[in-house]
Ligand binder design. Sequence first.
Ligand code: AMP
Ligand code: GLY
Length: 430
Amino acid sequence: MREIVLLIGGGGREHAIARSLASSEADLYACAGNRNPGIARLATGFETLETTDPEAVVAYAEEIDATIAVIGPEAPLDAGVADALEEAGVYAFGPKQADARIETDKAFQRRFMADNDIPGCPDFETFDDMEAACAFIDEYDGDLAIKPAGLTGGKGVKVIGDQVTPEEGKEYIRESEYDRIVLEERLIGEEFTVQAFVANDTFETAPAVQDHKRAYEGDEGPNTGGMGSYTDSTRELPFMTEGDYEEAVSIIEATVDALEDYRGILYGQFMLTSEGPKVIEFNARFGDPEAMNTLPVLETDFLEVLTAARDGEAVPDLEFAEQATVCKYAVPEGYPTDPTAGAKVKVDEESAGEALLYYASVDERDGGIYTTTSRSFAVVGLADSITEAEEIAEDALAVAGDDGLHMRHDIGKPDLVQQRIDHIEELRGE
Ligand code: AMP
Ligand code: GLY
């Protein structure tokens, strides 16, 4: 039987998922709130709908007789779209609402780690009373990270001693009107992501990725959804040892064991500290941009992972090409605080040359593609080394030009990669 796969979501991450399924023996359909031109070209059908409306998604899944669904973003997971699809008899590769709480409720996530003795959990306290949280900041000996418990698109966290002073932190807590926050020990080190493909109590991990959250070069400016990311041709990154990667995998293993019957992607965001990897957070889906580093080098057919998951089998052994990748996002000028939409995108999948082009939040109209107020598109270079992959990505950005666009040219460049290596050596006292 030919599978009919419904992809839910319309960002760069979902364009990467669509491309990885386009060469599989499946009919691909997609639905999203925005019409992503890259996905629309690859899919047999594309429906614009509210992906956080489980009934709308189920109605489309039934209309196309979907046999499997893949949920890209966190918002539909939080809205119970996986649960609704399952009730309608469509297997969803993505956790149910209760399991997605590992991402959608950071207070739950920290308690879950503590209750299950999962290694790598920083010291933390959760607060419903914002004045009690402010008092805790005054009393605590050291810097804290302030984290709203709910979803904020990666933009809600404020780190004292890094982005804000204790006074600014308290002001943020008092002004933001969050119902619940987590205060936790500030971790110092280098961040990396390990994504696991999970089903039927088995999992396989992908090579480590380093994302760049800050908007401006040199890791300055506000946090974003992610400005770009890289992988090496090995499982670990240049600033990590194989042992660091294995330690992160063992934290994921303990988490998968504790989460009963989790399915989909479990994304571990780690800080490599002087004491080894600690968990910054878990996400219940692929990262965006990290999916664009991972899926282009996945040599195993992603459809095989999906059908094995649905059929109650173990996740198949995953093969990844031994290539480095560098992904860079182009975002509208002023993003994320004051973005200006409406710039015409001057690069397409052909003129991107050797690089892969992934569309994110763009509008296709009047024969052109235009930016909106979120991340616009990403380019990805693949090569034997990070340096070569970076050059391929830059060549594509040069075609795009920078009219109305902003990008971080430093991501993946030798200088920045070396700074990460030096930082870890310094922390380890080498
Ligand atoms: P999150 O939304 O949890 O991914 O957090 C956004 C960013 O805040 C992370 O990528 C880190 O850079 C930073 N962050 C979060 N938690 C901590 C922590 N405990 N210590 C230091 N930085 C943190
Ligand atoms: N790149 C970070 C995220 O997807 O949450």
